[in-house]
Design a protein around this ligand. Structure first.
Ligand SMILES: [Zn+2]
Length: 281
C-alpha cells in the first residue's frame, strides 16, 4: 500500500504484511548462522552517538543510524540481530539495484516509532525514500522479532534504495504494483526464499494476474528472472529513470509481452502445483 503526500517527492510508502503465511516466516537455522557471523563484524563497526538509544553502523556503502529512543528494550536485539542483517543487505542491494546514474544514499535512518501511519493502521513499517528513512512500529516489532521483523524491513529498505519517486514519476512509468512487487521480490524471492511467502499463488494459478502487486507480482518477477536472467535489473533501472512502459518493456526485454509471460507463468505454476501434489500423494 502506498499513501501519497501532497509533496510527491516526500512520498511515504506503507506496506502490508498481514497476509497469508505469516507463520511460515520464521528464520531457519541456516540463516541464523549468517546472522551470527555478521554479529562479530557489526561489533567492530558500531559507533555510539552519545545518546544511549542511538547508534550508527558503518557499511562500505552507507552509514546506518538506528534510533531506539521509543523502544529501549529493543536496543540489544537491534544491535545484535537487526543491524547486522540490514548492514549485509544494504551492500547486497546496492549491487542488485545498481543502475546508470544512481548513487545509493550516504545515510539511512531506522527509527522505532509509537505512531501509526494515517490510513494504514495495520502497517508495521513504512519508508520515506526521499529522506532515506524507515519507520518501524514499536508494538508490532516487539511481537514479531523472530518472525517478520527483518523481512518487512528489507521490503522498506528496498523502497529507500529504489528512490523511484523523483520528479517525472507517474503511475504509468512507475506503477505502484511494480514498485511494491519489486520490493516483495527482493524480500520473498531473494532475502527469505525459505519462507515460501509467495507460493500461495500455486494453489490457484488462474486467479492471479502479473500486476496484482506485492507477493503475487513478486512471484511473477521471480519466474521471469528465472527464465530471462537480468530482467529485474533492467526493470529496476526503467522504473528509476521513468522509462518503463508496461506495453513495451517486457517484449523489448524478453521477446514476450506481459500477457504472454503471464500465460507462461500460469502454466509453470500449474505444473509446479501438480508435481507437488503428486509428491505428496
Ligand atoms: Zn512497500
Amino acid at each position: 500500500m502506498k499513501s501519497h503526500d501532497k509533496n510527491w517527492l516526500k512520498l511515504t510508502i506503507a506496506c502490508l504484511f498481514i497476509l497469508p503465511l505469516i507463520s511460515s516466516c520464521t528464520a531457519e537455522s541456516g540463516k541464523e548462522t549468517v546472522k551470527e557471523s555478521a554479529k562479530e563484524t557489526v561489533r567492530e563497526t558500531v559507533k555510539e552517538t552519545g545518546d544511549a538509544n542511538k547508534f550508527e553502523v558503518a557499511t562500505s556503502i552507507a552509514t546506518l543510524e538506528f534510533d531506539t529512543s521509543n523502544a529501549p528494550d529493543l536496543k540489544q536485539w537491534t544491535k545484535e540481530k537487526f543491524a547486522p542483517a540490514i548492514k549485509e543487505w544494504v551492500v547486497k542491494l546496492t549491487d542488485i539495484m545498481a543502475s546508470d546514474g544512481w548513487t545509493p544514499p550516504e545515510k539511512i535512518y531506522f527509527q522505532f516509532v509509537n505512531v501509526k501511519l494515517r490510513d494504514a493502521d495495520h502497517a508495521p513499517a513504512w519508508a520515506v525514500p526521499s529522506e532515506s528513512q524507515v519507520s518501524l512500529r514499536v508494538d508490532w516489532f516487539r511481537e514479531n522479532l523472530d518472525g517478520e521483523a527483518l523481512g518487512s524491513t528489507i521490503h522498506e529498505l528496498t523502497h529507500v534504495m529504489q528512490n523511484y519517486w523523483t520528479e517525472g514519476a507517474t503511475e504509468d512509468n512507475c506503477p505502484e504494483w511494480a514498485s511494491e512487487g519489486y520490493a516483495d521480490y527482493i524480500r520473498w524471492v531473494l532475502f527469505e526464499p525459505e519462507s515460501k511467502g509467495c507460493d500461495f499463488v500455486l494453489k490457484a494459478p488462474d486467479k492471479y494476474h502479473y500486476n496484482d502487486s506485492y507477493r503475487v507480482t513478486a512471484h511473477f518477477f521471480g519466474f521471469v528472472e528465472s527464465r530471462f536472467p537480468g530482467t529485474m535489473k533492467k526493470l529496476n533501472a526503467a522504473l528509476r529513470d521513468h522509462s518503463f512502459d508496461d506495453g513495451k518493456f517486457w517484449k523489448k526485454t524478453t521477446g514476450k509481452s506481459a500477457k504472454e509471460l503471464e500465460a507462461d507463468w500460469r502454466a509453470a505454476n500449474k505444473e509446479a502445483a501438480a508435481k507437488s501434489k503428486a509428491k505428496a500423494e
